[in-house]
Design a protein around this ligand. Structure first.
Ligand code: ADP
Length: 497
């Protein structure tokens, strides 16, 4: 058996490949960006061939960097940008349209029509999701409408739909396998997460022929073998998961109540809810975390739209920072924000406020307010927004968070992590290896192929964690948070009033 597991991390702006050895140590990484296509304002598309070729280049690059060949790879794991939708011709393997990316808003009118038909409750009950252009289903409808004759071809069984995982499996196996797995299926708006089947009512509502859909398999297990043409030897594809679920797995949040938060452009917080699939009363989504050995685990998911992006705005919009990382020293240079709160509602507010008309607001400014206060208030806003989501998740799941595990670019900021622990009143744990998404995919694949028996064997990555213990009395914590809530009220309903 090979020495390494290869994780393919197909993201929104780049394709990466990472080799892990048996200890879970990263041996080699390669990464290639690919073009973004913006056919109209608010639309985002990818060329499926560019996705595949950049991914193949990254995989071969990582092998080269490690001085390895296909024979050294025990298994391939795939993790991918979620919800992005592709349709291709089954016999030629050629895409019939560009991939419509998760961020793209081009199917908003299709969503509006579904809402007008009163389907919101049914969609939530069956899929755990809300009707939104973000999810894949309406993107398939868009593609079938975009080119004359596609609907008929789909009905004749000539076309295949897939999220990015299915597309990579299709290419790697040279068209032999058309499959996905639970975590990706649960983001399509077409999959019933309780009965674990493609849902007839939703397929009918969107007129999507069942013949287009991939088979849904376990997250960890057999997805076929990558053809020897690609890496010089056949390699089993043995684990697949959407990026956020892979990160949840890579963070070892395998028990109910365990949660991770990824601090990037926005934040993605997922809490494992075990075999329960709670229906959210706060507007979060319920999703499948993974299915392993026939058992499915669920998660509640909440996101913050603007997190690290607010730091980017300080840097690029206001010119207050040279680098995002400089925000830490600036924040520490003052004792507190001097009563200033910044609400980065640049694109409205999500859970639990759901206010599209909210806009960015700075309150509490006095003659003494400085650049450092604004920077500190911006970092603190990321932590307050995360607490908002944590409160929703705890309420919906009837579970209490004991620790928050963190990853993503902005979690390198020690000030932010300490403040996060302070404002939550629970410890924040940061792993030494921040590549938890790729580690999760590698773990799922390594377990699926028998390379590892349990996640605990992947020792190196479990290694040193930095723990930020809360260091604020409850009274101060709650009074700071109450101030945030008041600031949020000031930001609401501003646009279009
Ligand atoms: P994404 O995957 O969403 O592109 P990353 O995980 O790469 O994001 O994180 C980048 C984001 O984190 C940027 O928005 C950047 O402003 C922010 N960021 C990066 N480093 C820091 C830091 N040390 N302190 C605060 N914010 C940071």
């Amino acid at each position: 058996m090979g020495r390494y597991v290869m994780a393919l991390d197909q993201g929104t702006t780049s394709s990466r490949a990472i080799l892990f050895d048996r200890a879970g140590t990263i041996v080699a990484v390669d990464q290639h960006e690919f073009p973004q296509h913006f056919p109209q304002p608010g639309w985002v598309e990818h060329d499926p061939i560019e996705l595949w070729e950049s991914q193949l280049r990254a995989a071969r690059g990582a092998l080269r960097a490690a001085g390895a060949t296909g024979r050294d790879i025990a298994a391939i794991g795939i993790t991918n940008q979620r919800e992005t939708a592709l349709v291709w011709d089954r016999s030629s393997g050629q895409p019939v349209h560009r991939a419509i990316v998760w961020q793209s808003r081009q199917t908003a009118p299709i969503c509006e029509a579904l809402r007008a038909r009163g389907l919101e409750q049914e969609v939530r009950a069956r899929t755990g999701l809300v009707i939104d252009a973000y999810f894949s289903g309406t993107k398939i409808r868009f593609i079938l409408d975009a080119v004359e004759g596609l609907q008929q071809r789909a009905e004749r069984g000539e076309l295949a739909f897939g999220t990015v995982d299915s597309w990579l499996i299709h290419r790697l196996t040279r068209g032999r396998v058309h499959a996905t797995e639970y975590s990706n299926a649960s983001r399509t708006l077409l999959y019933n997460i309780h009965t674990r089947a493609w849902d007839e009512l939703l397929l009918e509502a969107l007129r999507i022929p069942r013949a287009m859909l991939p088979e849904v398999r376990d997250t960890s297990g057999c997805f076929g073998v990558a053809d020897a043409e690609w890496f010089g030897a056949e390699i089993p594809i043995a684990g697949v998961a959407g990026d956020q679920q892979a990160a949840l797995f890579g963070q070892r949040c395998a028990e109910p109540g365990k949660a991770k938060n990824t601090y990037g452009t926005g934040c993605f917080l997922l809490m494992n809810t075990g075999s329960e699939a709670p229906v959210s009363r706060t507007g979060l989504v319920t999703t499948i975390a993974w299915g392993i050995g026939g058992r499915v685990d669920y998660a509640l998911e909440g996101s913050v739209f603007v997190a690290g992006a607010a730091v980017q705005w300080l840097r690029d919009g206001l010119g207050l920072l040279e680098r995002a990382g400089d925000s830490e020293a600036a924040a520490r240079s003052v004792e507190d924000t001097g009563g200033v709160y910044l609400v980065p509602a640049f694109v409205g507010l999500g859970a639990p406020y759901w206010d599209e008309r909210a806009r960015g607001t700075i309150v509490g400014i006095t003659r003494g307010t400085t650049r450092a206060h604004l920077i500190r208030a911006t970092l603190e806003s990321i932590a307050y927004q995360t607490r908002d989501i944590v409160e929703c998740v705890q309420r919906d799941a009837s579970l209490t968070l004991d620790t928050l595990r963190v990853d993503g670019g902005a979690c390198r900021n020690d000030f932010l992590m300490q403040f996060q622990a302070d404002v939550l009143g629970v410890p924040v744990e940061r792993p030494a290896v921040l590549e938890v998404t790729a580690l999760g995919a590698a773990g799922l694949a390594g377990l699926g192929a028998g390379f590892w028996r349990e996640m605990s064997e992947i020792g190196a990555a479990a290694g040193e964690r930095t723990v930020f213990e809360p260091d604020l009395c409850a009274e101060r914590r709650e009074s700071l948070y109450a101030g945030w809530k008041r600031a949020v009220e000031r930001s609401r309903g501003w646009a279009g009033a």
